[in-house]
Write a protein of this length. Sequence first.
Length: 291
Amino acid sequence: MLLRFLPLLALSAFVQPALAQQTPRELSTVPAPTPPDTTRPAAPPVLAPAPTAPAPDPRQAPLPPANTTSYSVGLKSGQVLRGYDVEVRSPVFGRTFLLVDGQQKLDLNDVRYYEDQSGFYVRTTLPGRSKRESTLRRDRVGRISLYSITQQQYSNNGIGPGGYSPYGYNPYGGFGGFGGYRTVRNEYFSKDNGPIEDLSIRNLQLATTDNAGAQQLLASARRYQTFTTLSYVGAGGLLLAGVLSSLGGSNGFSVSPLMYAAIPLAIVPLAIGGKSQNNVKQAVLLYNTGR
């Protein structure tokens, strides 16, 4: 009987270990950690690039603070007033006055100087004119300060050769044959806040005798001015002679060659007139900077 069960017992003893190896691992079992690989060097950590600030847009640059400084009005009595709004009023009936901050009225004859949004102005008499005061705008400040006044003048017949300025001959005026108003800009200067003088090359030469560089520039400007005047006079003479010659011909009206000869002489002032003007400006700048 025992011999019958011996094969069964041997078979069960062989199958039990095999089934034990196929049983799945329990969930609570923690796997063994993997040992680090010491044969390769560790790679350095990769850092993310730092964020860069966007480039500023020049169109969005901050604006300077607004100028809230009040304007000054100096009276001949020595009193100085301040106002945030200064306006010149010229009524149709009545005298011109200054209106300060929309309330205070000042007679212009009582004002020595004033400033507003358009610039700085002084009240003074013009050289060689009547004792009536005019308002001059200050265009440049320095040892030699430049002033100007713009006026409307009436020409009764429109005929005239023009006029002279410190920068050369002014051809405007011409031979229009009709009257009308024209805008005239007259320029003046003062040295060391002295009296107002006409802005001419001769007056500037007298005022800048202590600066050799300014004297040289003004001498060159005077030569250019002389060339300009002679060119206009020569062009006008040839043009007049050409017109008379064309009208006096035996074959009726024919254009005289003298009229063509006047054209180059009329162009010369346009080429050198700017040089005279530039020399005057450079002389004033050189004197004001003390070089």
